[in-house]
Design a protein around this ligand. Structure first.
Ligand code: PLP
Length: 502
């Protein structure tokens, strides 16, 4: 060993070889400890800070500098981060952030990211290194939590958009009736169509466009009063399309719509799909996890029968970005859609060496080849908290959403805009004697004012042609008192804006 060290030193002196490793490991260690300490304080004290604050022009212009050609001291770089980056986050780790459907992350999850980043392993391939076995373990646990059969395949993704894209690619290829990978869409003898409710997430349309079907192939079906896909309308649309010569191939069900959190009748959709020989893909980005709450579980009954299921762990499983997952009932269909093995990536030929065949390669189930070790944070988080605690937190978020809805109902200036089946509350500030156009403008302004004030963050959406305020609760740090603050802020901001308008 010593011989190698002195040889290395000699060579370095002779050839002036460089590396990106620190020259001074001890001062780097000291800086690393400081970073870790600072980040623990940052997460611990999140409640004491505003949810969001506007980055000044001076801050923004800091990121308009010339490319660094020469090295800068690590301590100085970290200090710049502390001054210009850290104080201006999107705000989603704060207990009073309920905008869109953004997750909060955890302390242990952040540690896991450091560990995974240090190992910097590539999980695209290899059957004998630890990271791929961790990923397999995590996928097995996800299947168990969602009652998916053990024989299903799965792969961790950057999020639910990627998971939807993979699920719909498998659906399209399996149902195309030709060897689509070889022939391409140009040789499709028929026009493939698919179906989802008008409330489906935009990532489904994006996926349909990416896989080359065109957004016109996606037929959006009206919803009932509970914002679930109308099954009679769905059947009628499929039948009409068939008569007009189209080839329906897939229905996309929603387990938790982005607007209201409504869940389609998944058993009803399964039956229609079986009768019509259609693929059922379910977008369960956050709502799939209702399966962990003993009281909400029945709402997602049937999710385990989907041909493919897309979901996130960075939303309602509270893990740090990015982590999603797609499960496919039939492993062979999944592999056939993505597996491609050039000679330089040959694998699965014997039990020895990195490429050995202990496990199939995850790149055989994904369009990505190189993949980060995102399974580690899921494995460590599930072990630390246990699935039962996740179930309790999901239940807590649903109860908090019901509490918020009840409080909305007690306030004469507020009105509930949609049922609250899960964790999303849509409501409006409605002062007397204001027409619909003015109410829309006022509520839009309330959302922006709340952001600027920084005490609470919600987002807005359109429900039945009305602009509404929307709080989506996937936050393990929120307490009931936080929702009281939200309503106080909405009412006082609404009053201020109404007076200013008069
Ligand atoms: C219902 C639903 N589907 C899909 C997505 C897309 O997920 P991601 O942001 O993880 O790509 C979201 C994001 O909010 C969502 O709410």
């Amino acid at each position: 060993m010593e011989r190698f060290v002195s040889m290395r030193r000699e060579n370095r002196d002779r050839f002036h070889e460089e590396t990106l490793d620190p020259e001074d490991w001890e001062s780097m260690r000291e800086l690393g400890h400081r970073m870790l300490n600072d980040m623990i304080e940052y997460m611990k004290n999140v409640r004491e800070r505003p949810v969001w604050q506007h980055a000044s022009n001076q801050v923004k212009s800091h990121f308009n500098r010339p490319l660094p050609i020469d090295p800068q001291p690590p301590k100085q770089i970290y200090e710049e981060f502390v001054k210009y980056v850290l104080p201006y986050p999107l705000g989603n780790i704060h207990p009073r952030f309920w905008g869109w459907a953004l997750g909060t992350g955890t302390v242990f999850g952040a540690f896991a990211e450091l560990l995974a980043g240090s190992m910097n392993t590539n999980t695209g391939g290899g059957g004998h290194h630890s990271a791929v076995h961790v990923e397999k373990q995590v996928i097995d646990w996800i299947k168990e939590m969602l009652k998916f059969p053990a024989s299903a395949s799965g792969v961790l993704t950057s999020g639910c958009s990627a998971a939807n894209l993979i699920g719909l690619t498998v659906a399209r290829n399996t149902k195309a009736g030709i060897d689509l990978r070889r022939k391409g869409l140009r040789e499709m003898p028929h026009k493939m169509t698919l179906y989802a409710s008008q409330e489906i997430h935009s990532s489904i349309q994006k996926a349909v466009e990416i896989i080359g079907l065109g957004s016109e192939a996606l037929h959006l079906v009206p919803v009932n009063d509970d914002f679930q896909i109308d099954l009679q309308e769905l059947k009628a649309t499929i039948s009409r399309d068939r008569k007009e010569g189209a080839t329906p191939f897939c229905v996309v069900g929603a387990a938790g719509t982005i607007n209201t959190g409504s869940i389609d009748d998944l058993n009803g959709l399964t039956e229609i799909c079986q009768k019509e020989s259609l693929w059922l893909h379910v977008d369960g980005a956050f709502g799939a996890w209702a399966a962990l709450d003993p009281f909400a579980r029945k709402k997602v009954s049937g999710i385990e029968r989907a041909d493919s299921l897309a979901l996130d762990l960075h939303k309602w499983m509270y893990m740090p970005y990015e982590i999603g997952c797609v499960l496919v009932q039939n492993e062979e269909y999944h592999r056939k859609a993505f597996s491609l093995t050039p000679k330089y990536l040959a694998h699965g030929e014997g039990g020895r060496g990195i490429t050995g065949n202990d496990l199939p390669w995850f790149s055989d189930y994904d369009f990505l080849l190189s993949r980060r070790f995102r399974a580690l944070k899921a494995w460590m988080s599930l072990k630390l908290h246990g699935s039962r605690k996740y179930g309790r937190l999901i239940q807590q978020n649903i109860e908090q959403a019901h509490y918020l809805a009840e409080q909305v109902n007690t306030q004469p200036e507020l009105e509930l805009s949609a049922p609250v089946p899960l964790n999303i509350v849509c409501f409006r500030y409605v002062p007397p004697d204001m027409d619909e156009a003015a109410l829309n403008e006022l509520n839009k302004k309330i959302v922006v004012e709340l952001h600027e004030q920084g005490a609470t963050v919600i987002s807005g959406t359109i429900i039945k042609d009305k602009y509404v305020l929307r709080a989506a609760n996937v936050n393990h740090r929120s307490r009931r008192e936080d929702f009281d603050i939200l309503l106080r802020e909405v009412i006082s901001t609404g009053k201020k804006l109404t007076i200013a308008h008069e």
